[in-house]
Design a protein around this ligand. Structure first.
Ligand code: PLP
Length: 424
């Protein structure tokens, strides 16, 4: 399915693997050729199983599960681990859902409800609605992007570190070579041209702005630099813009302003407070629309119809949703102040999204544990759930913790007090 974009040739069509797999169960006497094929096939199956078995946990979700198990056993837990708004579906969306329940909510077209696609296209500059496809959350969106753009075994894809772990984990599960591009606080955790150059030849680059976990918002100059570097080198850009709308110093710019052929992933999970509704959208280059639609048809048919109804109505809930952003702003001050009072001051800029990414070597390396160990101890000793930095950065994350301030202000304040009183 790998497709040509920005002048790059399609590479997966007709490759050796797909030709051999055409008929792996053909009946007939064993021949040396068939024996070789059988052993090749077994090896491929085993390789795939090993890749799947090697999939690391998404530590934020694993911490969430441990926290809810403790809650079920009667413990009080303060949740700062998962990036999940604590607010419900916007009111107008809930009304629309109630009204829709008497109508048949069947499959929609794979690409989604026409009206929703056209409303979303109208929010972008120069994007025709046929380039917007509704997907089952950003998670489905970037998986579709990876399946469309990259080839197992041959593609090299750059991922910014620290970054959202599921890009890395899904790319690895698909057998795509990962190239970590470490960024650092000296440049507010945004990539520099030198860091991109150091990654060498790439087929793709995954970016996210605002970023999870650092909250970094790429300015126009950074997006222009990324776009021109990728254009020069024929690198496909996948841009996760899921935290657009949640920024504290003016709106975040889109990669589409600099590279109209970027594959953009977005979602109703965060700004729209709809994580459980599993609905998002992608803006894809013209040449890929048909391929992405066919993938959707085959992989999961369509995003849930009722969620698309909710999403369409939620587009008119701006006032209510901007109110949530103001609450995040207040929570952000509360968290930054509370962490400072607990001696945690080395933090990323937090200009967007709803996370504080903090460097805590005095609570990890200095006392002989890593961030996973620290997370476990805080959970069991304090009832505070936060996410270990190793989720986001395999090299340096053992000294970092990520705190989400999407939840309730009271919980954030109390969690900081408990952390301040913690005795290693
Ligand atoms: C950067 C980023 N992308 C994607 C996702 C997943 O989004 P969705 O719920 O739309 O699948 C998350 C969830 O935390 C995220 O932080």
């Amino acid at each position: 399915m790998a497709a040509a974009v920005s002048g790059r040739p399609a590479t997966r069509q007709g490759n050796a693997k797909s030709r051999h797999l055409e008929n792996p169960r053909a009946i007939g006497p064993p021949t040396p050729g068939r024996a070789r094929l059988a052993s090749w096939h077994n090896r491929t199956v085993i390789d795939a199983a090993l890749r799947a078995a090697a999939m690391p946990p998404f530590h934020a979700m694993a911490m969430g599960r441990a926290a809810t198990e403790l809650e079920a056993a009667g413990h009080r837990i303060l949740h700062l681990e998962v990036g999940q708004p604590s607010t419900p579906l916007p009111r107008v969306a809930a009304d629309a859902v109630r009204r829709s329940l008497d109508s048949p909510l069947g499959y929609t077209n794979a690409a989604g409800l026409h009206r929703l696609r056209s409303r979303l296209a109208a929010r972008c500059v120069d994007v025709d609605e046929h380039r917007v496809l509704i997907v089952a959350g950003a998670s489905a969106g970037f998986t579709l992007a990876f399946l469309t753009l990259f080839d197992p075994g041959t593609s090299r894809v750059g991922v910014i570190e620290p970054g959202y772990p599921c890009y890395r984990n899904v790319l690895a599960a698909l057998g795509i070579e990962l190239v970590a591009i470490p960024v650092d606080p000296a440049n507010r955790w945004a990539p520099t041209i030198e860091q991109l150059e150091a990654a060498g030849d790439l087929d793709g680059l995954i970016i996210a702005s605002p970023s999870n976990p650092t909250g970094t918002v790429y300015d126009d100059a950074t997006l222009a630099m990324i776009a021109s570097h990728c254009r020069r080198r024929g690198i496909a850009i996948v841009a996760d813009e899921i935290y657009h709308g949640i920024t504290y110093q003016g709106p975040a710019a889109s990669i589409l302003d600099h590279e109209p052929d970027a594959f953009v992933v977005n979602s109703f999970s965060k700004y729209w407070s709809m994580t459980g509704w599993r609905v998002g959208w992608v803006v894809v280059p013209d040449a890929l629309v048909d391929i992405v639609e066919r993938l959707q048809q085959n992989v999961y048919i369509c995003a849930p119809h009722v969620s698309q109804v909710a999403a369409l109505a939620a587009l008119d809930a701006q006032e209510e949703l901007d109110g949530h952003v103001e609450r995040y702003r207040a929570n952000r001050s509360l968290l930054i102040g509370g962490l400072a009072a607990a001696g945690i001051t080395d933090i990323a800029p937090a200009d967007g999204a709803f996370y504080v990414y903090a460097h805590v070597p005095h609570l990890t390396t200095a006392i002989g544990i890593d961030s996973l160990g620290l997370g476990r101890r805080w959970l069991h000793e304090l009832g505070v759930a936060a996410t270990a930095g190793v989720d986001f950065d395999l090299q340096r994350g053992h000294e970092y913790m990520r705190f989400s301030y999407a939840g309730r202000g009271d919980d954030i304040g109390r969690a900081c007090e408990l952390i301040a009183s913690w005795q290693p």
